[in-house]
Write a protein that binds this ligand. Structure first.
Ligand code: G4P
Length: 528
């Protein structure tokens, strides 16, 4: 193993920010990019919402709605680290892509709105982190607004997410009375007003909360702080790096992203705590990042990144070795060898051709189709990465074709669009209709618009009362025929040919699983 490779691996951090819409993910992202020097101007990321960035808002639908549908990656340097921030769409209509992005990171920053506590989208995303034992660092945002009591927030986090909390900072007051945060490790107070006035170094050292300065500066909040610190010493879980690395315990920070308060402390601590690129499991062995030979897997496919080229971009997480421009790689699923000359990296809002990249980096490989999610690229070894799932959609719609002469184009369009992974295509065992399943309603509008624009197919969607999808597995192959004969009208095949049960209630799915020993129904399926 070369020292150069080892050094590059050690300084990489691949992470994602997860939150419920409006908790402040965009605002924090912007501050992180500012600290990293990747953008010069506050507002550059936020502008995306209203002005549209050239990077990802490529669809008419995105323009109409003023939101960014696609997940992208932003790379920036901070201290001596190379940080790769994978963006997860923060609006209500998030898709499977959002979930799958979490397979490509080594840690996660979770942003919680201090007034609202844990909300649905955060809960769903954190479930995936817990399954994958991804370390999570928590930022409680919007302390400058009226919010929940900090102890209640911790309680809410622990109960809702099943993860223990170790506060690293503690807020003093809130809303109009927000004074700052107390650093529980080095016992200093970071005053909000000093920071707001731009005097970032105006940081009082208060090792002793009993002294006169502390009394004067903290006023009536001092006693509450002293009491809470005492309470925390007994009640909060002590810091434990091993439990953190297993996703069982999260360090918690408080602040206000909008006012850039507490974000730098968060970033510094993130850099100290977040793990370097981790090994990845495959069907044959565990791949270690330090291995000389290149390996990587595709976790996301995005269409038409560049309006001028109707291309797709396959986002690949490098898992071992060094990527060099022009190197020949094997596309394991197809067995084809490809020379990769035009892979891209993503620096904040720009993309450029990558000359060299390392484990923990994300590169974009332009493709005209043929690359699928979970595909592995290697220097010849035949392996497939595990743990890249497809998630059960929760909304289902039947496709209605307005011009029956276009059925071939419809099939091609649906297959290709669903191959990108934001929605799934199902066909019934009997019959010829198409059912599209997704996690958010927006995906249906995107598909309808793209069928029209890219495939000249005029189709619409019709609502269905189905809500549950389960992949069907048989302990013995002979069970399959009986099951298919008994429940034909509930059974479908997905885009990869797996058998699925689509039904209206969870109760019915559970009932069928109980009634049929040897048949297992799962809410996720491995993609390889
Ligand atoms: P998101 O990406 O998670 O959806 O959230 P985003 O950062 O867009 O923040 C949602 C709203 O909350 C924004 O206001 C933002 O300015 C505000 N916000 C973020 N952090 C803080 C904070 O620490 N304190 C307070 N008071 N507000 C915060 P908006 O009105 O929806 O957008 P804008 O007009 O500010 O762009």
């Amino acid at each position: 193993m070369s020292i150069e490779l080892l050094r590059e691996i050690q300084r990489r951090r691949a992470f994602a920010i997860i939150s419920h819409p409006d908790a402040g993910k965009t605002t924090i992202t912007e501050k992180l990019l500012l600290f990293g020097g990747a953008i010069q101007l506050a507002g550059a990321v936020k502008a995306k919402k209203s002005q549209q960035s050239a990077r990802s808002d490529f669809l008419g639908i995105e323009k109409d709605r003023g939101i960014s549908v696609s997940t992208a990656v932003m790379s920036f340097e901070y201290r001596d680290l190379a940080l790769n921030l994978l963006d997860t769409p923060g609006h209500n209509d998030f898709s499977e892509d959002t979930f799958r992005t979490l397979t490509a990171v080594d840690s996660v920053l979770m942003v919680i709105d201090a007034a609202k506590g844990v909300e649905t989208q955060t809960r769903k995303l954190l479930e995936v982190c817990r399954l994958k034992r991804t370390p999570v660092i928590t930022f409680i945002n919007k302390l400058d607004m009226d919010c929940m009591e900090p102890l209640d927030i911790l309680d809410n986090l622990e109960r809702e997410l099943g993860m223990k909390c170790t506060p690293f900072t503690w807020p003093i007051g809130m809303g109009p009375h927000f004074k700052g945060v107390y650093d529980l490790r080095d016992r200093t107070v970071n005053f909000y007003l000093a920071a707001a006035r731009g005097r970032r170094n105006d940081r009082e050292i208060l090792t002793d909360l009993e002294n006169d300065t502390a009394k004067e500066l903290l006023g009536t909040d001092r006693q509450k702080l002293v009491d809470e610190i005492e309470l925390l010493q007994g009640a909060a879980d002590p810091w434990d790096p091993v439990r953190f690395s297993r996703g069982q315990l999260t360090p918690v920070f408080f602040g206000s992203a909008l006012n850039n308060f507490g974000v730098k402390e968060l970033l510094d601590c993130f850099c100290d705590l977040a793990p370097a690129p981790q090994p990845r499991e495959t069907t044959v062995r565990v791949v270690e990042p330090e291995e000389e030979k290149f390996t990587g897997f595709v976790f996301k496919i995005q269409a038409n990144m560049d309006k001028n080229h109707r291309d797709r971009m396959a986002f690949l997480r490098i898992t071992s070795g060094t990527f060099r421009r022009g190197m020949r790689l094997q596309h394991v699923r197809t067995g084809k060898e490809v020379q990769v000359r035009n892979a891209m990296t993503f620096l904040a809002r720009d993309r450029s051709i990558v000359e060299e990249a390392y484990p923990g980096d994300i590169i974009g490989i332009p493709s005209h189709g043929g690359i699928r999610i979970a595909d592995a690229f290697t220097e010849g070894e035949k392996l497939e990465f595990t743990g890249i799932p497809s998630f059960a959609p929760e909304l289902f719609r039947r496709v209605r074709l307005r011009d029956p002469m276009k059925s071939k184009q419809l099939q091609k369009g649906l297959e290709q669009l669903c191959e990108e992974g934001a929605a799934q295509l199902f066909r019934p065992l009997i019959g010829s209709e198409y059912i599209v399943g997704a996690l958010g309603t927006l995906q249906f509008d995107v598909i309808e618009a793209r069928l029209r624009e890219e495939y000249s197919v005029d189709a619409s969607f019709e609502g269905l009362s189905l809500t549950i999808c389960r992949w069907v597995h048989f302990a013995k192959p002979e069970l399959q025929r009986t099951f298919e004969n008994s429940y034909t009208k509930d059974l479908f095949t997905d885009g990869a040919g797996h058998l699925c049960l689509l039904t209206e209630t969870r109760f019915r799915a559970d009932y069928l699983a109980d009634k049929n020993p040897g048949v297992t129904l799962t809410a996720t399926v491995e993609l390889h």
